[in-house]
Design a protein around this ligand. Structure first.
Ligand code: G3P
Length: 228
C-alpha cells in the first residue's frame, strides 16, 4: 500500500458506481489516471471504485480512495455486508454513505458516520434534498453531497438545472455545523460546471458518468479541474 495524500478542497470525487467500464482491471486503470492527474496538478481528486475492487486500487495509488458504501455493522456474522473496519483494513481513506442509489435510514447513517469517525475514515454523506442534507449534517460527517436524483446520469449539471439547491444546501448545512463541507453532484461534466459549483459555495463535486463513461477519461478529468 502506498502513502495516501490528504483530500484537499475544492475536491473532485469520482464515483465509479458499477459501470461496465470499471469492472475488473478497468477500475484500477481509471484510478491510476486519477492518481496521475492529482499528483501532477496538486488538485484534490478522490476515487470510489466498485466495492470488489477496493483493495486492488488502494494497493496501487496515492490519492484518497473511498468505499461506495458502508453498513452499520461490526465484524462477525453478517454475510454480504460491508463493515467500516473492513473498509479501513482494505486501505480506504473514506466512504460514501447513503448515496441515492444505496439509501439507508437516517439512524443508520448516523451510526455509520460515528463508526467511521472512530476509525478515522473520512465520510461523505449523500442527500437528495436540502431538508435531508440539513437533517444528516447533524451527524457531523466531513462532507454532505447534495444530488437531485432526477439529474443523476444526465447531461445537465445540477449547477445549471438547479443552482438554488446547491446554495440552499450550503446555507442549511452551515446553519447546523460550519465544519461540514458541501459537495454537489448530478450531471457534472465540464470545468465550467465545477467552477459554477465552487462559485455557488460548494467545496467541490461528486460525479460519475462524465469521467467513468468517457472515451478519454484523462482528458475529461483535466477539463473538469482546469478552473481550480
Ligand atoms: O455519485 C455521483 C452521482 O450520483 C452523479 O452521477 O453520472 O450524474 O455524474 P453523474
Amino acid at each position: 500500500m502506498r502513502p495516501v495524500v490528504r483530500l484537499k478542497t475544492p475536491a473532485v470525487i469520482v464515483n465509479c458506481k458499477v459501470y461496465t467500464e470499471v469492472e475488473g482491471s478497468g477500475a484500477l486503470n481509471l484510478a491510476l489516471v486519477c492518481d496521475r492527474v492529482a499528483e501532477e496538478t496538486g488538485i484534490g481528486i478522490a476515487v470510489c471504485p466498485p466495492m470488489v475492487e477496493l483493495g486492488r486500487v488502494t494497493d496501487r495509488v496515492s490519492l484518497p480512495v473511498f468505499s461506495q458504501n458502508v453498513d452499520p455493522r461490526k465484524p462477525g456474522s453478517g454475510t454480504g455486508y460491508t463493515t467500516p473496519t473492513a473498509v479501513k483494513a482494505a486501505g480506504a481513506y473514506g466512504t460514501l454513505i447513503n448515496h441515492s442509489e444505496h439509501k439507508q435510514p437516517a439512524a443508520d447513517v448516523g451510526t455509520c458516520v460515528s463508526m467511521c469517525r472512530d476509525l478515522d475514515l473520512y465520510t461523505c454523506v449523500c442527500a437528495d434534498t436540502v431538508d435531508v442534507a440539513k437533517e444528516l449534517a447533524a451527524f457531523k460527517p466531513r462532507m454532505i453531497a447534495v444530488e437531485p436524483p432526477e439529474l443523476i446520469g444526465g447531461d445537465i449539471s445540477v449547477t445549471t438545472a438547479n443552482p438554488k439547491i446547491v446554495q440552499d444546501t450550503v446555507e442549511a448545512v452551515e446553519s447546523v455545523d460550519s465544519d461540514v463541507m458541501v459537495l454537489c453532484g448530478a450531471g457534472v461534466k465540464t470545468g465550467e460546471d465545477v467552477k459554477a459549483a465552487v462559485d455557488l459555495g460548494a467545496h467541490g463535486v461528486l460525479l460519475a458518468s462524465g469521467v467513468v463513461k468517457a472515451k478519454d477519461p484523462e482528458n475529461v478529468l483535466r477539463d473538469l479541474i482546469k478552473h481550480l
